[in-house]
Design a protein around this ligand. Structure first.
Ligand code: PMP
Ligand code: GLN
Length: 394
């Protein structure tokens, strides 16, 4: 293994899912739903297979039906207009989109400013592209309702830290909202400040919005590309894995101006060339599902968020109740613990549950040490059982 990759080892998700299987634990580690997406979308995939659509190499940019469906989705949801022929690219999941974007846009030595904790593939892909990552740490923040009421915890972006992280060598801001693993949904004010900085410093922005439909209560997902001066400099990444609960299909996409899509495509053509033929047709149909699908998916997850968040709080964790994604980050210090790695390695033995130590998503490991992430994209009974098992840790 070369020096660029040696520091990354095996991804935490593989390690922890293997641990769950080995110990027969409930796996709230790796984020994948334990219920597949809509029946009619699965039927659409079967039809495509049977009718011989996509069984041979699909077109490099993706099948026209899916490119059109992605463009229509961006227009209908966000008023963003993209030409399906030149400004949309289908990828092998968001994972390939991230890799191809960084490989295409970075020169060796270029700096990428990314929010920390960051999804683990960001660091590895920046390294593979010869870039340098510059993490900006989201800071835990605790507040109360007036009159000493309920405690609210969230992770916040310090805009001064973000500004200070940009240097003459910065080429890309790599943003993720809704944010894995903290569940933070960046606010209009935060996004607006990011946009102003990108315009002022003439930066490219790669924005990972795979959890765009997983936002709760009154939180709103606002794509960065909608802010003034941003459409022309922003590569937006989406994925069917999250929105439709088909993580195994590996259908993702990029929307960006033609020149940027062309650049990402140059890298993509030598990574996978194409992928997921029949599934692309099915995802095109999924994107056209009525609003009721998206709304009921969101409400279902919101109820599960509440179930798990409340159960974890009762068990003694300090809970960062997420505004988006299907992850809840907790602080284990109230349990008398401080090392999330040790805690997660011992948890199958102690409680028959698997979780992810957030420290793996940090360069500043100490900043992430006491945080542990649990996924709630699981059936109600599974979450209830996990909560029951976690009640006697302290
Ligand atoms: N970005 C983030 C923030 C994610 O959480 C994930 C999935 N874990 C991905 C990208 C990868 O998405 P895909 O499965 O579509 O490759
Ligand atoms: N995105 C998922 C998570 O954060 C896992 C994806 C993976 O296993 N690479 O849990």
């Amino acid at each position: 293994l070369n020096r660029r990759l040696a520091e990354f080892g095996t991804t935490i998700f593989a390690e922890m899912s293997a641990l769950a299987v080995r110990t027969g634990s409930i796996n709230l580690g790796q984020g994948f739903p334990d219920t597949d997406g809509p029946e009619e979308v699965r039927e659409a995939a079967v039809r495509a297979l049977r009718d011989g659509r996509g069984n041979q190499y699909p077109p490099g940019p993706g099948v026209p039906e899916l490119r059109q469906a992605v463009a229509t989705h961006q227009q209908r949801r966000y008023g963003l207009s993209y030409d399906p022929d030149t400004e949309v690219l289908v990828t092998a999941g968001a994972t390939e989109a991230i890799a191809a974007a960084l490989l295409a846009l970075l020169e060796p030595g270029d700096e990428v400013v990314a929010l920390e904790p960051y999804y683990d593939s960001y660091a590895a892909c920046i390294a593979m592209a010869g870039g340098t990552r510059v993490p900006v740490t989201l800071r835990p923040h605790e507040g109360t309702d007036g009159d000493g009421g309920a405690v609210h915890r969230r992770f916040r972006l310090d805009l001064d830290e973000l500004r200070d992280a940009v240097t003459g060598r910065t080429r890309v801001l790599l943003i993720n909202t809704p944010h894995n693993p903290t569940g933070t949904v960046l606010t209009r004010e935060e996004l607006s400040a990011i946009a102003e900085l990108a315009v002022e410093r003439d930066l490219l922005v790669v924005t990972d919005e795979v959890y765009e439909h997983l936002v709760f209560d009154d939180a709103e997902h606002i794509p960065l590309a909608t802010f003034p001066g941003m459409r022309e400099r922003t590569v937006t990444i989406g994925s069917a894995g999250k929105t439709f609960s088909f993580t195994g299909w590996k259908v993702g996409w990029v929307t960006a101006p033609a020149e940027l899509v062309g650049a990402v495509r140059s890298a993509k053509q030598f990574l996978t060339y194409v992928s997921s033929g029949p599934f692309q047709y099915a995802v095109a149909e999924a994107l056209a599902l009525p609003d009721a699908y998206f709304e009921s998916f969101r409400q279902d997850l919101q109820a599960k968020r509440d179930l798990l968040s409340e159960g974890l709080a009762e068990a003694g964790f300090a809970v960062y109740r997420p505004a988006g994604t299907y992850f809840v980050t907790t602080d284990i210090r109230p349990l008398g613990e401080s090392d999330g790695f040790a805690f997660c390695r011992a948890l199958p033995e102690r409680a028959g549950v698997v979780a992810i130590p957030n420290a793996v998503f940090y360069d500043h490991r100490a900043a992430g040490a006491p945080f542990v992430r649990f996924a709630f994209c699981k059936q109600r009974e599974v979450l209830e059982e996990a909560v029951k098992r976690l009640q006697h840790l302290a």
